[in-house]
Design a protein around this ligand. Structure first.
Ligand SMILES: Cc1cc2nc3c(=O)[nH]c(=O)nc-3n(C[C@H](O)[C@H](O)[C@H](O)COP(=O)(O)OP(=O)(O)OC[C@H]3O[C@@H](n4cnc5c(N)ncnc54)[C@H](O)[C@@H]3O)c2cc1C
Length: 422
């Protein structure tokens, strides 16, 4: 029997539906029993969840079959992150954070880098991270201070990155650093590097807990004159801004929309259960008209968030221009979830505040999906740019060209080399 909601029927093939059921079984049987333990130790770096996900080969969900990957596309990726987030925001975050650098590698890696790294991503033996954010610059990529200098034989990388997803687990980091003189346009001033976690000069700082996503480590990594050979430049020298932007927009935004959606649905389910069982007068809190009105609003918002999240990735799978839809899915996905979170907390009354209640965990986890892959303000700026027609055409390398269009363009050209087909 199918378990997928009819709302999503047009986006899901039979293999998506099987993946959905598989993800639900995995989340219930493998992840759910770990949640309480993860919650009890916010500063502990967990390895078990990532190992379980790797065992499923889900870090390779978008990796071409030629490299052993699932080659299942963006809707499939959303299914995995969404269904995991219903049970554990941290497990969903571990998966989604491991997938963003895979986008960078797929889109900008050369044939040697693909051959060397993609099979490991696909079989789960290689976990990657992407390190862009810095302590002072936050979402302003152009302000980054981490830099790499060419010494005639290699690049020497120095600087500090913060909030790096899977900081303590990743074997290989995609690090974006400044490689040009101050004054160079950001679109040409940065370069992406593939850096081994075991390399001399790479220092992962002790992890301290965050208010949410316990079990997911997104910490600090410092680089002290780390030597990087030219073959570990990802893309061209000067293309680091593109590497960071494209992976964040094409993978980060829909991934975060999927995390928000899972948490959102979880809040709706927990609240429906709670008000149905909470006694009031001769019945339950759910019998009160004003509570039903609120539940109805929660249901409507969840339907909207579901359609937004899946519509955007369906467009991406079909090669349609959809930067605006990805922005909307990410920013509204968070907003709608946060509104549901507030309703859920209030409808649970004081009991919502008790540590260990699932709704308390879900609400805390929801606070973490605002900032990554572009805050709400940043998404709205991008949406305004789209309204103002600040886009170029496929193949035109302007900073306002839609990334989804560029991806379609790159994909068409990649087909000339079957091993590089995305
Ligand atoms: C769960 C999680 C996972 C993450 N994973 C990664 C990762 O794997 N790799 C990585 O590199 N980073 C990661 N990040 C960091 C994330 O990318 C940053 O949080 C994000 O770029 C925003 O930076 P900031 O939080 O420092 O906020 P800031 O950029 O300092 O912004 C602060 C406030 O000012 C607003 N603001 C800033 N600039 C503007 C502007 N130009 N116009 C209008 N408003 C503006 C913002 O919207 C925000 O409200 C992660 C963060 C979280 C929470």
């Amino acid at each position: 029997m199918l378990t997928t909601p009819a709302t999503l029927d047009r986006f899901l093939t039979p293999s998506h539906q099987r993946l959905w059921a598989d993800a639900d079984d995995f989340a219930a049987q493998e992840i759910h029993p770990l949640v309480q333990h993860l919650e009890s130790q916010p500063s502990r770096v967990d390895r078990k969840v990532a190992q379980l996900l790797a065992g499923r080969r889900w870090f390779g969900v978008t990796v071409p079959a030629a490299f052993g990957g699932m080659q299942a596309g963006h809707v499939a990726k959303t299914i995995l992150v969404h269904r995991l987030a219903r049970v554990s925001g941290a497990a969903a975050a571990i998966l989604q954070a491991g997938l963003i650098p895979v986008a960078a590698l797929l889109h900008y890696g050369n044939a040697d880098q693909h051959a060397a790294l993609l099979p490991g991503v696909a079989d789960g033996s290689l976990l990657m991270s992407i390190a862009v954010t810095e302590p002072d610059q936050g979402g302003h990529i152009g302000g980054m201070k981490t830099s790499a200098e060419w010494d005639g034989k290699a690049w020497m990388l120095s600087g500090t990155k913060v909030h790096v997803g899977n900081s303590h687990l990743a074997h290989r980091h995609v690090v974006v650093a400044r490689t040009s003189e101050p004054g160079t346009r950001t679109s040409q001033a940065l370069t992406a590097f593939l850096v081994g976690a075991e390399q001399k000069g790479v220092h992962v700082h002790r992890y301290t807990g965050r208010i949410g996503l316990h079990g997911f480590s997104f910490g600090v990594i410092s680089f002290d004159r780390v030597r990087i050979r030219p073959q570990n430049v990802l893309g061209e020298v000067g293309q680091g801004f593109d590497v960071a932007q494209s992976s964040s927009i094409l993978y980060g935004r829909p991934n975060l929309a999927a995390v928000s959606l899972g948490l959102h649905e979880s809040a709706v389910d927990l609240t429906t259960q709670y008000v149905s069982q909470r006694p009031r007068y001769k019945g339950a809190v759910a019998d009160l008209g004003v509570v039903r009105d609120r539940l109805g609003r929660m249901s409507a918002r969840a339907i909207m968030a579901r359609i937004l999240a899946y519509h955007a990735v369906d467009m991406l799978d079909r090669g349609l221009p959809c930067d605006a839809e990805l922005c909307a899915a990410k920013s509204l996905g968070h907003e709608l979830a946060a509104e549901a979170g507030r309703d859920a907390m209030e409808l649970h009354g004081a009991n919502a505040l008790l540590e260990g209640r699932p709704i308390e965990r879900v609400w805390r986890d929801m606070q973490t999906t605002y900032a990554p892959a572009g805050t709400g303000e940043v998404q709205r700026i991008r949406l305004a740019q789209a309204l103002l027609h600040e886009h170029g055409h496929p193949g035109e390398e302007t900073e306002h060209t839609q990334w989804s269009v560029r991806l379609a363009y790159l994909t068409r050209h990649a087909h000339e080399d079957p091993a590089a087909a995305l």
